[in-house]
Design a protein around this ligand. Structure first.
Ligand code: MOS
Length: 734
């Protein structure tokens, strides 16, 4: 066995590696489509009001311009004919269907031209005339006028814990953050017939795009064909259908040609969602031994003026710990910005920062080790909300393993103990959890005479390694060598799958891949029985597939070759499809993935610079299907968490209602230079109840907990408690 298979690729490498590194893999905007023309948005320069007119005359005369689309000449779109339908469409933004301006940066026109350059230039000549209205973009101002309402059922009594031995109470804020996947959102829309639309589109779920666009254009979903074979990152931004998809489809209808619309990087900051700004207040009390007696978690998040987006920030507080007396409250803060959306561990990641910071504060108040304090309170027996027993919960193992890996025993119990020159060293930790889910999915398998198979499913792989996981599962179940298994993903004609999000991708598809792999074995056994009676009536687990044929598990020398089966039955290919989804185990058990995060860092007392020296992340995501892809996902998520803790911030100029930084030079996130080597470890025990593969899902738990681990370490180093993210150097110094 060589490390490389005979194709020159690492034997266990990613299925899409070759396409990605050679540039052969096509992202949405890269498909060659004949007669394609280019669409570029012109956007509102005011934050609220009404469009009086859109001056398009100059742009119309510019070279190469084919058409200019505005709210005045848009084609009729049945699903957007009135306000109710617009709401029901579940589009990210029903562009050109109103003269109302909700935010600065809202598209007011789409220029369609022969080339991208011509369209870009012409778009710059478009001017809107507005009746301006007062606007509100200052989250902090509006939230002070906003009332909280209950978020979830109150536990116990708020009086029961007023005499706790130690109580902490503090407010926490997190700035809005932008997903910023490397690949910009893009669509090529091509009406191949009056009622048939082909879309090359960047998204996290082709079936969702099909359904949504079908609803909007009043067409059956199957009339919308969606290609999303390669997706350059999503982080949640691809879970909705945004204005680029809708506008490209409308424009293509108008000009009767395919239209390509790729958002610019600045447009990506306002037209594809973001993690909303948030405010939280946590009150937490414990007895002398550190048992939590009560908690009160209040939270608000920003939304737009035209849609409610609720992050459900306090959910995580109801998930991780036993808090016998608990009140959780929430509220939405409408602003003249576009609608936020799910982003990297949505909701839980936000709430986790506050609750995990408060627990750290409590540990100092109790003079107790934060690891010990958590181990005393984690709800590892049952889900504190539903009361259902966990199928598996290895939170405490995550914590204990992480503590060993970081060298927690070297942590000073008080700040300012480890000083060297201008640097103070500190250790911090926090935990994360996520309700593990599973959706209904189908998978297909196509086998050729030479024994090679293709596993097919509509799910988009946004870089998480789902395709590689599918190949590994098909290999394990059937025995077919990995280099004879290919994977087809990201096309709407493939067997249906849920969107890739919420750490449910592999959990959803794995059941279907196991089912179809088993079906293949039994079908081949039936065929083989016609040639060799030894295969009569055999079940899937009694046979094994090899390079050349089907063999008896108990006697691998007894083989019927694929060649024989194909010839005898005059087969061209063998095609099967199977479906799988959650069953009654959902009524019996609760499911979660968990993580423990540990940071060792240094803080410079002159510059306020934070240098993370070592980072450890231990996760329980059930069985690990592909160690490399899983570890990549975790270290990527941690990098996102470092950005959240120290850098990422949507800065808004409250005078004009627009963003100050809307490119990758002005919006800082963590890069390699900001991150140490991130050590990742997995519990790697299968959860037999969630799905046949035993994988519970990873991704969200890679980021949930990072921000608090870092700010807790900064406190341990410096004695400075920082409760407002991002913790930029100025906040450390002042
Ligand atoms: Mo996500 S926020 O699971 O794409």
């Amino acid at each position: 066995m060589s490390f490389f298979d005979n194709d020159g690729m690492p034997a266990d490498g990613r299925v899409e590696a070759r396409e990605k590194v050679t540039g052969r893999g096509k992202y949405a905007a890269e498909y060659p489509v004949e007669e394609v023309c280019y669409g570029v948005f012109a956007v509102s320069t005011v934050a609220a009001g009404k469009l009086k007119s859109v001056k398009v005359e100059k742009a119309k005369e510019a070279e190469g311009v084919i058409e200019i689309l505005t709210h005045l000449n848009k084609p009729v779109v049945p699903g957007l004919s009135d306000e109710t339908k617009i709401r029901e469409s579940r589009l990210g933004l029903a562009v050109f269907h109103t003269d109302k301006i909700f935010f600065k940066g809202q598209p007011i026109a789409l220029v369609v031209a022969r080339t991208l350059e011509e369209a870009t230039y012409a778009a710059s000549l478009i001017e809107g005339e507005y009746v301006q209205e007062p606007f509100e973009v200052d989250f902090d101002q509006v939230r002070k006028k906003t009332a909280l309402t209950p978020a979830g059922k109150e536990r116990g009594s708020m009086e029961a814990w007023t005499h706790a031995a130690a109580t902490v109470e503090a407010e926490y804020t997190i700035a809005a953050e932008i997903h910023n996947p490397m690949e910009m959102h893009a669509t090529i829309a091509h009406w191949v017939a009056a009622d048939r639309l082909r879309l090359y589109d960047k998204n996290q779920g082709v079936n969702n795009v099909q359904r949504t666009v079908g609803r909007v254009f009043d067409l059956p979903a199957e009339n919308i064909e969606v290609f999303s074979e390669f997706v350059g990152g999503g982080f949640g931004s691809g879970l909705r259908v945004w204005s680029n998809t809708l506008a490209a489809a409308m424009a293509a209808k108008m000009v009767k040609r395919p239209v390509k619309l790729m958002l610019t990087r600045p447009q990506m900051f306002m037209l594809t969602g973001y993690r909303p700004a948030s405010w939280q207040k946590v009150k937490l009390g414990a007895d002398r031994e550190g048992r939590f007696l009560g908690g009160w978690h209040q939270a608000m998040n920003g939304t737009s003026t035209y849609e409610d987006f609720n992050e459900w920030i306090t959910g995580v507080t109801r998930l991780i710990y036993h808090i016998p007396n608990l009140r959780t409250e929430g509220a939405l803060v409408p602003l003249n910005l576009s609608t936020p959306t799910w982003m990297r561990g949505p909701g839980d990641c936000t709430g986790d920062f506050a609750i995990e910071s408060a627990i750290d504060e409590l540990s100092y108040a109790l003079n107790m080790d934060p690891v010990a304090l958590r181990l005393k309170n984690t709800a590892i027996d049952k889900h504190p909300n539903s009361g259902l027993p966990w199928s598996t919960n290895y939170m405490n193992e995550c914590i204990e393993t992480g503590a060993r890996m970081i060298g927690w025993e070297k942590r000073p119990s008080k700040p300012l103990q480890l000083m060297e020159d201008d640097w103070a060293t500190g250790y911090g930790m926090a935990v994360g959890a996520w309700n593990a889910g599973r959706g209904n999915a189908s998978a297909g398998i196509v086998m050729q005479k030479d024994g090679s198979v293709s596993v097919r499913i509509a799910m988009t792989d946004i870089g998480t390694g789902t395709g590689t996981g599918m190949r590994n599962i098909a290999h394990e179940v059937t025995g077919i060598p990995k280099n004879k298994i290919t994977v087809e993903l990201g096309h709407s004609s493939l067997p249906a799958a849920p969107s890739q999000g919420g750490s449910t991708g592999l959990s959803s598809v794995s059941g279907a891949v196991v089912a179809v792999s088993n079906d293949l074995k039994t079908r081949l056994a039936e065929y083989a029985a016609g040639i060799n009676p030894a295969f009569q009536g055999l079940k899937a687990d009694e046979v094994q597939l090899t390079d050349k044929g089907i063999a008896l598990k108990t006697n691998p020398g007894t083989v019927v070759s694929y060649l024989q089966i194909w010839e005898k039955n005059d087969l061209k290919t063998l095609e099967l499809e199977a479906s799988s989804g959650p069953g009654e185990e959902r009524q019996k058990f609760a499911f979660c993935s968990t993580s423990a995060h540990f940071a060792k860092l240094r803080v410079n007392r002159r510059t306020g610079r934070v240098k993370i020296e070592k980072y450890v992340c231990v996760a329980d995501g059930g069985k690990i299907i592909n160690a490399q892809a899983a570890a990549n996902q975790m270290s990527g998520a941690v990098t996102g968490g470092i950005g959240m803790a120290l850098m990422e911030e949507m800065q808004i100029d409250t005078r004009v209602g627009g963003l100050i930084a809307n490119d990758l030079a002005g919006y800082h996130f963590a890069v390699n230079a900001d991150t140490p080597v991130i050590e990742v470890a997995f519990i790697n025990k299968p959860d037999v109840n969630i799905n046949p593969s035993g994988a519970k899902g990873l991704g969200e738990v890679g980021i949930i907990g990072v921000a608090a681990a870092i700010t807790n370490a900064i406190y341990n180093a410096t004695g400075k408690r920082l409760r407002d993210l991002p913790v930029t150097p100025d906040k450390i110094l002042t």
